[in-house]
Design a protein around this ligand. Structure first.
Ligand code: DGT
Ligand code: MG
Length: 594
């Protein structure tokens, strides 16, 4: 369990992102203070007007003799109101500006963090959950900066200014109103305790719903193939209901506390009417009518912040749950990253690959997937790796670009552990065509040139030729400019594999790794590809995972893997002579016997 992030840390975290906008934000807070204090000018002036011109001893006299004062008071009231409205407007803009800026920064930083994460991270976090962090959770953070803080300042400044003013005007009556304070405190604390866990839950339900939607939209073909639409819809409905119900429950919590809060807010009026009325009648020396008017004109300035408090607390808890999720990503570090003083390979690597007693198991799995692997591949060699499905071939080659770290032993390139290179210089030397092909929603040209955006069209065409893709590409309506992937024209499995091969070749890698890259290509095309791989115009070590003997027979070396270990090793002829697993494969696939 990770230690829980405290509220203080959350606030400090936001404060960090406000850098450069802190003065603006501070001014915005001052603005909030100012316009709330200015709100009090209206009752202040009305008290003066009532006491001097309406209910005072010499009211009617004053109306004649001090007409100037009356006009001045009214003009001042209007001027102050105008000032207040202007401040409110500018203030809103300042909050908006500061919060959008913070949102922009966090979003960028988060994306940066996610993008640089290692495989383990992607195995752990679900896409829908990450998307929730980038959208809903971040919005809750922005809401905190723009709305929650303002509301808190507003409530407190209005309340304290009002209280100061009321105490200054008539401390006895003000003190009586203060009787309600402890009750409010108790209600809010109890509410907070009830509602905080609900927001954590609510956020989880929201992420669950998003994950279900994301997985089903991107995996819709499988849903369709199995005619599972109705099932999936009902699954989504369930999560949607779950989310709705949790939302309702959260809202109900406030509804449970609301009557108490409302009761206390109304109690203020009762105290004012009863106590103030009695004072006015029995002890007019203690309370003037003007003061009474000012008090009743200001009772909202005490009651409204009380009513707001629940809402503010609610939103604050929403922020609290969301920011914890955002901060988790913000603070995350990939386990696989450059070691201090990592070696930056400036020159092209020669492409010698060595496995020295390498064992490996996945962090979330218990069984060893690779067991004491020893392999030596010379620069420029072509080696083939064969073995039953699930024996660990993909896991093995994923250790070369350091997608995972071996649990034991060392993988070396050119005599240096892959750990010692900077990830960038290591990986730019490796061209990998992965087992499940992913193409971007981009042109074919853009997909092939993905690893080297500056590649000219002529070069793109050349690599397409190497991977036997140029024929079918030139037959497409817009050739290399045809959009493929999610939005574009569909491609066959074999076509996708060939584009993925061209993409791997286009970076002119020192080490080319093909993970079952020609499995969906017909025999004739495959032969063509094997031929062109031998004729590449750059030096390149090739590690080819394949199932077909036709692919492997010309390899300089063949490794047979069984259950995570290398059990046979040699050339085609050597292995046939040995009469083991490989010889059996040859017999099965070609009918040849040794
Ligand atoms: P293939 O592609 O079907 O011919 O099989 P291989 O030889 O490429 O097998 P590989 O390396 O993908 O998987 C070896 C074992 O490791 C297999 O039992 C499944 C397991 N495995 C693969 N990927 C992961 C992973 O991300 N997490 C965990 N826990 N296990 C994995
Ligand atoms: Mg595999």
């Amino acid at each position: 369990m990770k230690p829980e992030i405290t509220t203080k840390e959350k606030i400090a975290w936001i404060w960090g992102y406000l850098k450069g906008r802190r003065v603006l934000y501070f001014i915005a807070i001052l603005g909030t203070l100012a316009y709330n204090v200015l709100q009090l000018t209206v009752p202040f002036f009305s008290q003066k007007i009532v006491d001097t011109f309406l209910s005072g001893e010499h009211a009617s006299e004053n109306l004649i003799t001090q007409r100037d004062l009356l006009i001045r008071l009214i003009v001042l009231m209007v001027v102050f109101t105008l000032i207040r409205v202007t401040i409110v407007y500018l203030d809103c803009m300042a909050y908006e500006h500061a919060s959008q800026e913070v949102l922009f920064r966090i979003r960028n930083r988060l994306y940066d963090k996610i993008e640089r994460q290692d495989m383990h991270f992607y195995n752990t976090y679900r896409t829908g959950d990450l998307m929730t962090r980038l959208t809903g959770d971040l919005d809750a953070v922005r809401h905190m900066i723009a709305w929650v803080v303002r509301s808190i300042i507003e409530s407190f400044s209005l309340m304290s200014a009002t209280l100061i003013f009321l105490f200054w005007m008539n401390w006895r009556l003000a003190l009586l109103l203060m009787i309600t304070a402890p009750f409010i405190f108790v209600i809010i604390i109890r509410f907070k305790m009830k509602v905080a866990p609900m927001h954590a839950l609510l956020r989880e339900k929201f992420a669950n719903m998003n994950t279900a939607a994301q997985e089903n939209i991107s995996g819709n073909r499988v849903v369709k193939a199995f005619a599972m639409e109705e099932y999936e819809i009902s699954q989504f409905n369930e999560r949607n209901e779950d989310y709705r119900d949790t939302n309702k429950k959260t809202a109900l919590i406030w509804l449970r506390y609301f009557p108490y809060m409302e009761g206390i807010a109304n109690l203020l009026s009762v105290i004012l009417i009863v106590a103030g009325g009695l004072m006015l009648i029995l002890r007019p020396d203690l309370l003037t009518a003007g003061e009474y008017v000012a008090f009743s004109g200001l009772i909202w300035a005490l009651a409204n912040p009380m009513r707001m408090l629940g809402n503010v607390m609610n939103e604050f808890q929403r922020f609290s749950a969301a920011s914890a999720k955002v901060m988790e990503i913000d603070r995350s570090e990939p386990e696989i990253r450059d070691i201090p003083d990592a070696y930056e390979a400036k020159e092209r690597l020669r492409g010698e690959v060595t496995f020295e007693n390498v064992s490996f198991s996945y962090e979330d799995g218990t069984l060893p997937v690779l067991k004491h692997i020893n392999m030596k591949i010379k620069p420029g060699q072509t080696v083939a790796i064969m073995g039953e499905t699930g024996c660990g071939k993909t896991s093995l080659i994923h250790l070369i670009p350091r997608f995972y770290e071996p649990t034991e032993g060392t993988v070396k390139i050119d005599g240096r552990s892959v750990r010692e290179y900077t990830l960038k210089s290591l990986r730019t030397n490796i061209g990998l065509a992965t087992q499940d092909v992913l193409l971007y929603s981009d042109t074919i040209d853009g997909n092939i040139a993905y690893g080297d955006m500056d590649l000219s069209r002529r070069e793109v065409e050349r690599y397409a030729k190497y991977s036997a893709a140029s024929d079918f590409i030139s037959k497409m309506p817009e050739g290399y400019d045809t959009i493929v992937g999610e939005r574009g024209v569909g491609l066959s499995g074999g076509q996708k594999q060939r584009i993925s091969l061209a993409r791997a070749l286009a970076v002119k890698p020192a080490i080319l790794i093909l993970d079952d890259t020609t499995s969906a290509v017909d025999m004739e095309t495959e032969k063509q590809i094997q031929q062109s791989l031998r004729e590449l115009d750059f030096p390149c070590t090739k590690i080819i995972i394949a199932q077909r003997i036709s692919t492997t027979r010309t390899a300089d070396r063949i490794f047979i893997m069984q259950d995570g270990a290398i059990t046979e090793e040699g050339t085609h002829e050597e292995l046939i002579r040995k009469g083991g697993y490989y010889a059996e494969l040859v017999r099965l696939q070609t009918g040849e016997t040794a």
